[in-house]
Design a protein around this ligand. Sequence first.
Ligand SMILES: O=C(O)CCC(=O)C(=O)O
Ligand SMILES: [Fe+2]
Length: 269
Amino acid sequence: MEEKRKVKRDEVNPMGYYESEHTKNVRDWKEVFDFLIKDPTFLPASPELEDDEMRTLSNQWPENPPQFSLLMFAREVCQEYAREVEKLGYKLLELIALSLGLPSNRFNGYFEDQLSRMRLNHYPPCPCPELALGVGRHKDAGALTIVAQDDVGGLQVKRKSDGVWVPVKPTSNALVINVGDIIQVWSNEAYESVEHRVVVNSERERFSIPIFFFPSHYVRVKPLEELVNEGNPPKYKPYNFGKFNAARNRSNFKKLKVQNIQISDFKII
Ligand SMILES: O=C(O)CCC(=O)C(=O)O
Ligand SMILES: [Fe+2]
């Protein structure tokens, strides 16, 4: 516990260990460890649009024990895994671009100073699983999320047609790919990001490892010009990803009275 505290993340540095993240203002039944794929990186100091101040964000790795104990993964193993999954992420972004009739490298430039991060999720057994969620319902704010999960199960996606929560059954040696909000905006809703949540159980702890592909802080996220025209006008106003991310970071650390920032805030009705 002492070691976890030393690398605890907060609003100033959201990288490291954390055990009280909030999703939509409800505390999640989990503990996490986050690190950046590109370390260090830069991002806006605050969500306020008129504030130009930037700050450096860097990883906090535990020093003791040298064999990083949270998931018994060594730092090098995590970094190597992240590098391999990053390649897969680029491949998937290329396929998505092609499927939209765009050049395969259309999205690559957005990730030059990416804010992508990897997360180690630990969901302990919960004495009252019907009263808590490992992660409350949400959509991932990035472009893509690639998740490795163990064999316990708990991830569920909401089926749009009837609102039923459908379990994403663990399949060994398979990864779960989530389309995130940014692909929804870039594609002007040709792709939709999926609402999902994680349920917990009273018997077994669960581990999962998502990698969230986030673009560079200066990217203005908006429907791609090639995909919009008079018949298909842009469905979203542009927003700055760094500012969006800063606003999200703020809300992840405390209970607010209002819903945190969403792409629907930029929707053109
Ligand atoms: O644990 C999982 O399977 C997914 C977690 C998740 O949705 C998230 O961290 O955004
Ligand atoms: Fe998620």
